[in-house]
Write a new protein. Structure first.
Length: 313
């Protein structure tokens, strides 16, 4: 059986792109399953798949993260990888799907776990927001003017959170937000500081775009962003429950673009030099093991402290 790929809620499980891609396991949070049930659930996954790779983004509730670490500690196993990948919710779901695609390939569990960090660099995750007043997780400067414009009912901001943070104020010509009027509405017409807005920088490689609507009535992502990024396809998905909290508003349309082709994903991972973890012995790519978190190379030894006493002849 392929290595199990796990997420922490069903809304982070995107539809499989083909019949060969397995589904994702869902590790239920404490409010849905008690500790005994969680141990049984995880133990069954290990018995069936051998190894388990779970995405543990930092925006999860603290109780959920603690439960995952508790289960791994009680089971006393080194076959569970808890990967702390910092992506928005929809981007996290997209990464999980890519790992599910790779799980049926001839990669060892260690390679699949350490490939998550590599693949995350090729995911473009962002959102169209009706307000940036509570945009705290994205490291982009939000000036006082953008904060003030957030109170406007027709305000729209295009925000790219990953891989390079970017914020642009989109213009409005009246009518319903994001709806086309005269062929110009929804196009960038003014930056957050009064200058010309710039479309969020897109990927320079073939991608597929997934988007999810919140309480913002706009077609900008599918009508404007997708053609500008020259994506190969567009798919709408239900909004993950954690998205409004991550973006700081219910008025949003979240999007994430990533490599859809399994052959490209395979070549990308296979082209990286493989190493052996000096701690657990699993294969890895990159500079850190996905299962035991040991670095590829041992940290340099600290130099001996200089003697304060002077030697005498």
């Amino acid at each position: 059986m392929p290595t199990a790929i796990a997420v922490t809620s069903t809304d982070l499980v995107l539809p499989a792109p083909d019949r060969h891609t397995p589904g994702a396991a869902v590790l239920h949070p404490p409010e849905q399953l008690d500790l005994e049930g969680a141990l049984t659930e995880t133990g069954a996954l290990l018995e069936r798949h051998g190894h388990l790779v779970a995405l543990v983004p930092p925006w999860l509730p603290r109780s959920t993260v603690q439960r995952l670490h508790t289960v791994r500690a009680i089971l006393e196993t080194d076959r569970i990888a808890l990967l702390g990948i910092d992506l928005p919710p929809l981007g996290t779901a997209l990464l999980a799907r890519q790992l599910r695609q790779l799980s049926v390939c001839d990669f060892s569990p260690g390679i699949i776990a350490s490939a998550a960090r590599l693949l995350s660099h090729y995911i473009y995750a962002g959102a169209l927001l009706g307000s940036v007043a509570k945009l705290d997780r994205v490291r982009v400067p939000v000036g006082l003017g953008a904060h003030a414009r957030s109170w406007s009912p027709s305000a729209q901001f295009a925000v790219l959170a990953h891989p390079t943070p970017h914020l642009a104020k989109l213009g409005s010509s009246g009518g319903s937000p994001g709806k086309s009027r005269g062929g110009s509405h929804g196009k960038p017409q003014g930056g957050p500081h009064g200058g010309p807005a710039v479309m969020p920088p897109g990927p320079g490689f073939a991608t597929h775009l997934t988007f999810a609507r919140g309480q913002l009535a706009s077609d900008w992502v599918a009508a404007e962003l997708a053609p500008a990024w020259q994506v190969q396809g567009v798919m709408e998905n239900p909004l993950p429950a954690g998205s409004p909290g991550w973006w700081g508003t219910q008025k949003l349309v979240e999007f994430a673009a990533g490599i859809p082709d399994l052959s490209v994903l395979y070549q990308l991972v296979a082209s990286v030099r493989r190493e052996e973890c000096r701690w657990c012995g699993l294969e890895l790519i990159g500079d850190r093991c996905g299962f035991c978190a040991a670095p590829l190379t041992a940290p340099p030894a600290a130099p001996p402290p200089a003697s304060t006493a002077r030697s005498r002849p």
